[in-house]
Ligand binder design. Structure first.
Ligand SMILES: O=C(O)CCC(=O)C(=O)O
Ligand SMILES: [Fe+2]
Length: 321
C-alpha cells in the first residue's frame, strides 16, 4: 500500500466503525463485500487476480494498524473480552472479503468469526496457535473438514522478534510417481486438531467415529493434474492399522514438505492470504514474554462458496455448527 492507499483503507474502516453502535463481526460479514468496493482499486484488482489465478500465497503490506493499539492480550479469550484490535479485525474482514466469504467454527475460539493468534500462558507447548515454545508443524488448516477454508488469512499487528510463518507450496514438490499415486488414493484418515474444543460439531458426510475420535478419510493430493491441491497435517492424520504403505507415505511426505519449506516474517500491517488447498503452513517457535508486546495476529477463514456451510448447518449461518 502506498501511504495514500493506506489512508484510504483506514478511512473506509472508520466509516464502517462510525455506522456500528456495537460491533458485530458476524453481521458485518454480510456487508463486508459491499463495503470493500470503497477500497483502493489497485488492492481489489490484486486480490481478484489472486482469486482468479489461484495464486498460492499473497501478501498485502502496509495496511493500517492503529498507532494506539492495545497491549497484546495474553490469550484469545482476553482479546475477545476486551475487544482489542477491533479496527484491525474490521480491516481484515474488509480486505479478505474480496477473496472469499468469512466463516468460523462454533467450537473454535468460542465461535468467533475473527480469531486472535497470540501466545497464552500454559499453552506454550500446545499444538494450537496459542503455542510459542513448540513449533507449529506444517499443516492444512482444519484438515479434517470438507468445509475447511480456501484461504487462511493472517493480519500481523505485532511481531517484534521477527518470528517466521513457515509454508510449503505443493508446486515446490516433485513427488516420485509411486508416492503421488498413493497420495491420490482415498486412504488417509484426518482428525480435528486440538483447537476444536468443547461442543461437538454436527456430523459431516463420510465421517467415522473410532473410539471417541471423529475422522474423515480422503486423499492427500487431488484436484486438477496441472494445478494440484493437497491436504496434510502429520499431527492429525493417520494410516489405518496395518496399512504400512499409507504410514510410510505420511512420513515421506512430511519430510518432503519440511525439506521444501520457506518462511515469511510478517511485519505489522502485513496481511498474508494462504491458499489452504495449495500450501501447508506452520510457525517457528519463539519465546513468549506476556509483557503486552508479544506477537499478535488476527486470523480469518475465507471460503469461496459459503452456501456449502449454510447447507451443512441447515441454517443461513456462517459459523460451522
Ligand atoms: O502464527 C502463525 O504464523 C501461523 C499460525 C497458524 O498456523 C494459524 O493461525 O493457523
Ligand atoms: Fe494454521
Amino acid at each position: 500500500m502506498t501511504a495514500q492507499e493506506r489512508a484510504r483503507v483506514a478511512e473506509v474502516a472508520e466509516e464502517v466503525q462510525a455506522d456500528w453502535a456495537s460491533w458485530d463481526p458476524l453481521r458485518f460479514a454480510e456487508e463486508a463485500a459491499a463495503a470493500a468496493h470503497g477500497l483502493p482499486l489497485r488492492l481489489r484488482r490484486f486480490l481478484s487476480g489472486v482469486r482468479a489465478s489461484e495464486a498460492d500465497l499473497a501478501v498485502v503490506s502496509g495496511l493500517p494498524v492503529d498507532p494506539a493499539l492495545a497491549p497484546t492480550p495474553a490469550g484469545w479469550d482476553l482479546a475477545a473480552k476486551t475487544g482489542a484490535g477491533r479496527r484491525e479485525e474490521l480491516v481484515l474482514l474488509l480486505v479478505g472479503s474480496v477473496l472469499g466469504e468469512p466463516f468460523g467454527w462454533v467450537n473454535q475460539q468460542d465461535g468467533r468469526l475473527v480469531h486472535d493468534v497470540v501466545p497464552a500462558p500454559g499453552m506454550e507447548e500446545s499444538l494450537t496457535s496459542a503455542s510459542s515454545a513448540a513449533q507449529l508443524t506444517l499443516h492444512t488448516e482444519d484438515v479434517f473438514h470438507p468445509f475447511r477454508c480456501d484461504y487462511v488469512s493472517l493480519f500481523c499487528l505485532r511481531n517484534p522478534d521477527e518470528v517466521g510463518t513457515t509454508f510449503t507450496r505443493i508446486d515446490a514438490l516433485d513427488f516420485p510417481e509411486d508416492l503421488r499415486e498413493v497420495l491420490s488414493e482415498s486412504r488417509f484418515r484426518f482428525y480435528p486438531d486440538d483447537s476444536h474444543t468443547g461442543e461437538i460439531l454436527n456430523a459431516i458426510d463420510g465421517e467415522q467415529v473410532l473410539g471417541n475420535r471423529r475422522s474423515t478419510v480422503g486423499p492427500v493430493v487431488f484436484g486438477p493434474a496441472e494445478h494440484p491441491y493437497l491436504r496434510f497435517d502429520r499431527d492429525f492424520m493417520t494410516a489405518d492399522r496395518d496399512d504400512e504403505k499409507t504410514a510410510t507415505a505420511i512420513q515421506v511426505t512430511h519430510d518432503l514438505l519440511c525439506g521444501a519449506a520457506e518462511r515469511i516474517v510478517l511485519q505489522p500491517g502485513d496481511a498474508v492470504f494462504i491458499d489452504n488447498y495449495r500450501i501447508v503452513h506452520g510457525r517457528e517457535p519463539f519465546h513468549a514474554r506476556y509483557d503486552g508486546n508479544d506477537r499478535w495476529l488476527k486470523r480469518l477463514n475465507l471460503i469461496r462458496d459459503v452456501r456449502r456451510i449454510y447447507a451443512g448447518n441447515g441454517a443461513r449461518r456462517r459459523i460451522i455448527t
